[in-house]
Design a protein around this ligand. Structure first.
Ligand code: UDP
Length: 239
C-alpha cells in the first residue's frame, strides 16, 4: 500500500490518502493542544505512545464486537484505518465528575456519578465545540434520531468494555471522548483515537492523573504518564 497526498492535518494527527480504496493512513504527532487550541506544546514521544495505546483499545473493542475503523498499525507512529465520513459530534461519556462537568454542575472533581452520562458536543473549532442536545443535533442535521440512538448505545457499550478492562489494570476510566463515522454502506462505526489525549485515566488507588490533564494543568511528568498507561496495557513502543 502506498501513502498518497495528505488529506487533512488535525491537532494531533495527519491523514493521508492511500493507494487502497476505502483506507486512509494516519500519522500520530507529538503536538499537544488544550483549551480549544489556546495552549500549545509538544509531548515527547506522544505520537508513538498514542498510536500504540489507541491500537490496543480499538483492537480490544473489535474483539468484543464493537466494530471500528482500525485496521492495522504499520509503524511506530502510523496506522491504517477505514475511511469514514466523520460525524461532527464529539461524544463524551463520563463515570466520575471532572473537568467541564464538575464546573457546570458545581460537583467536586472525583464525585462518582450515579450512572454513566453521555453528552454531545458540536465538533466545530470556530464555535469552541459547544455542548448540544438531541434537538440541536436534529436541527443542525448532524445525525438522524436513529443514528444518534445508535451512537448513544455504542458509547455506553464502549464505556462498559473499557471501564472493566482498565479496572483490571488498576486504572479508573473517569471520562472520555469518542467520534463516530459513517461507512460508504451507511453503517456508523467508532473512529478517531482512544488515548490519554482523549480520556481521563486515574490510578485506582492513589487517584493520580495519568492523562492529558497533566499537560492542561501543568502538573509535570506528562510523557511519563502516557508511558505508564502503555505499560499497564502491556504494550510497548517500538522505536
Ligand atoms: N475531550 C477531548 N477533546 C475535546 C474535549 C474533551 O478528548 O475537545 C475529552 C477530555 O480529555 C475528557 C473528556 O473528553 O476525557 C471530557 O472533557 P471535558 O468536557 O471535561 O472538557 P475539558 O475539561 O477537557 O475541557
Amino acid at each position: 500500500m502506498e501513502k498518497l497526498a495528505q488529506l487533512y492535518e488535525g491537532k494531533a494527527k495527519k491523514v493521508y490518502k492511500t493507494s487502497e480504496p476505502g483506507m486512509v493512513w494516519i500519522e500520530y504527532k507529538d503536538d499537544a493542544t488544550a483549551f480549544n487550541g489556546e495552549k500549545k506544546g509538544q509531548i515527547a514521544g506522544k505520537g508513538m505512545l498514542n498510536n500504540e495505546i489507541s491500537a490496543i483499545f480499538l483492537s480490544l473493542l473489535k474483539e468484543k464486537g464493537v466494530d471500528n475503523h482500525f485496521i492495522k498499525k504499520i509503524s511506530s507512529r502510523e496506522q491504517i484505518v477505514r475511511q469514514v465520513d466523520i460525524i461532527p459530534i464529539e461524544v463524551v461519556v463520563r463515570n466520575i465528575a471532572a473537568g467541564s462537568l464538575a464546573k457546570r454542575l458545581g460537583w467536586e472533581e472525583g464525585t462518582e456519578l450515579p450512572q454513566a452520562i453521555v453528552e454531545f458536543y458540536y465538533k466545530n473549532d470556530e464555535l469552541g465545540d459547544p455542548f448540544i442536545n438531541n434537538d440541536h443535533v436534529a436541527i443542525l442535521g448532524l445525525a438522524t434520531e436513529s443514528e444518534l440512538a445508535d451512537i448513544h448505545k455504542q458509547a455506553l457499550r464502549i464505556n462498559e468494555i473499557l471501564k472493566e478492562y482498565l479496572m483490571t489494570r488498576n486504572l479508573i476510566l473517569v471520562d472520555f471522548k469518542l467520534e463516530f463515522g459513517q461507512t460508504p454502506e451507511g453503517q456508523i462505526i467508532l473512529a478517531d483515537e482512544i488515548s490519554p489525549d482523549t480520556c481521563r485515566f486515574w490510578d485506582a488507588h492513589t487517584k493520580e492523573k495519568l492523562d492529558k490533564d497533566r499537560f492542561r494543568r501543568d502538573l509535570g511528568n506528562v510523557e511519563e504518564a502516557y508511558q505508564e498507561i502503555l505499560r499497564r496495557l502491556g504494550g510497548k513502543v517500538d522505536v
